[in-house]
Design a protein around this ligand. Sequence first.
Ligand SMILES: [Zn+2]
Length: 533
Amino acid sequence: MTKLTFYGGINEIGGNKVLLEDGGRGLFLDFGFPYKRHKQFYEEYLNPRSGAGLLDPLTMGLLPPLAGLYRDDLVTQSLWERFRDNPLYRELKRVDGVLLTHAHLDHSGYISFLRANIPIYSTAVTAFISKAMQDSGKSALEQQICYFNPTVREHPKGWKQIAWFSESKVPSQQRQFCIYDRNLETLSPDAIRFWESGFWEKTAKQKELISCQLAAHSGCFNLRCFPVDHSVPGACAWGIETNSGWVIYSGDLRLHGKRASLTQKFIEEASALHPRALILEGTNVLREANFTEHEVYENALKAIGNASSLVISDFSPRDVDRLLTFLQIARDTGRKLAILPKDAYLLKTMRLLEPETPDMAQDDNLVIYQDTISKPGNWMLNLCKEYDSKIVLAKDISSAQDKFILCFSFLDINELPSIRPRPGSLYLFSSSEPHDEEQEIDFRRLHNWLEYFGIKSFGLPVESNGEWRIPDEEKGLHASGHACGPDLLKIAREIKPEVLIPVHSENSYFYVEKLSGSGIEVRLPEVGGVMEV
Ligand SMILES: [Zn+2]
C-alpha cells in the first residue's frame, strides 16, 4: 500500500507538503510556505523569531513535527521533547527527496528548513529561478531554498537566551538539486558559473562547501517529470511509480496560457500511465472561464494606446510571460519597458537556460530602472555595471514620461516622489484581486497613492459594499496561473485516475459533486491525515 500524508495544502491555497511513502521509501511532494496559516498569527512586523530556530514554526503548526527531517543546525536534543505528544509527531526514517513543482514560495519556501542532504528534484528552470530569487531577495530563514549559512547557538558577545544566530564564519551550504528535464552536459559554462556562485565565494572556507551536484536522479523511485503551463516558467507535474500504480501530482497548472500545449501533453502522457491516483490542484474550481494571455495583450494595448504620459504596469514579478506581453506592448507603442534590477536578474538567469529569452544588452525596448536604495547588494551592483548603458533613473523617466512603461508592484510605489508622474499617467493592474483583509488594506493604500498623484487606474479592483471588484469595462488584464473549473474537470476526466485527491483549494467539494458517477473516486484529504491508495 502506498501511504500519503497531507501536511499542508488542505483547505488552503498553497503550503503543499504531501509525504508519499511506499515500500520503505519516502518522498515529499513540494514543501511550501503556508501563507494562509502564517497570516492567522503573523504580519509584516510580527514574524516567527529567527533566533528561535524551529520552535516557532513547529509550535504554531506551520511546520509538521517530523524528527529527522530538518537542518541539524536548527535542532537541539530537547526540541522534540516538546512535540512527542503532538498527534502529528513522528520520527521519519527515510526521505529520498522533495519533488518540487515550481518556484513559487507556497510550494518551495519551507525547503529552507530541510536537512541539506535531502535532494530537491526539479526542472532546471525551477532550480535557477529559485536561486535568482534567493540571490536577489531578502536573506530571511524562509527564503534559504538553494543555500544557507548554518546557524550557531553561542552568541559572540554573550547574549544568553538560547537562540540561533547566523554566523558568517561558518561555511555555507548549498542544497543538492537534481535536475530532471535536461542533460547537464548541455548547460553552458555561464549557467554552471551562475549556479556555483554565491556569497560564500569570499570566505576562506569555500572549499568546505558541500557543492551542489546537479545530479541526475538517483533511481530510488521511477519518476516522470511533465512540464506544464503556469504563471512562472519551469513548472512541472510529477509521476511516481509505486507498488499501487502510478501516482500523479499536478502542482499548479492551466490550459489557457501561452504554453497550454505542455499541459495538454501532460494530460495525454499521464493518462497513458492509467494512474492509480491523481493529486490535483483546485485553486479556481469555481471560476467558469479565464482570460488568455493574448486577450491580456489586446486589452492592455487598447488601454495604453490613449495614455498621454507615464504608464505603470503592475504584475506578479516572476510572471515572465506577462513581462514579455508588456515588452511587446512597449514595442507596439514606441515606449521602453523599464524593469527593476531583480526582474533584469531573473531575465538574465532565464536566458542561461532558454536562449530565446530577450537579451537585456541587445533589446532596444528594455531598460533597467535603478530604484532608490541606500545599500544595493553585490548582485545588483554587478548587474548594473554589466548593463550600464541600459540604466535609467527617476529623472530620465520624469523628463520623458510618454516614452516608458514602468514595471512596478504596489511595494515600489514609494518611488513616485522621485518620478513625479504628470497628469494623464496610467496605472494598469494586471494581477489577481485581493484575497484577504491585509491585501484589502494594501489596495486602499494603493488607491490613495494614485489619487494623490492624479494617476488614472485601469483594471484595478475598487471597493463597493465591502466587496472588491474590477469594473466590468476594465476586465481582462490578467490571465490567471490556474485552470478554471471546466478545464480542471477536463484534466481529471481525461487522465482518469482511479482516485482523485484535491489539494491547493478552498472548494475541494466541487470535485466530489462534479465527478460523481464518472468512475473516478474523489477522496478529500484532511490536514495531517493519512490516506492509503
Ligand atoms: Zn504557483
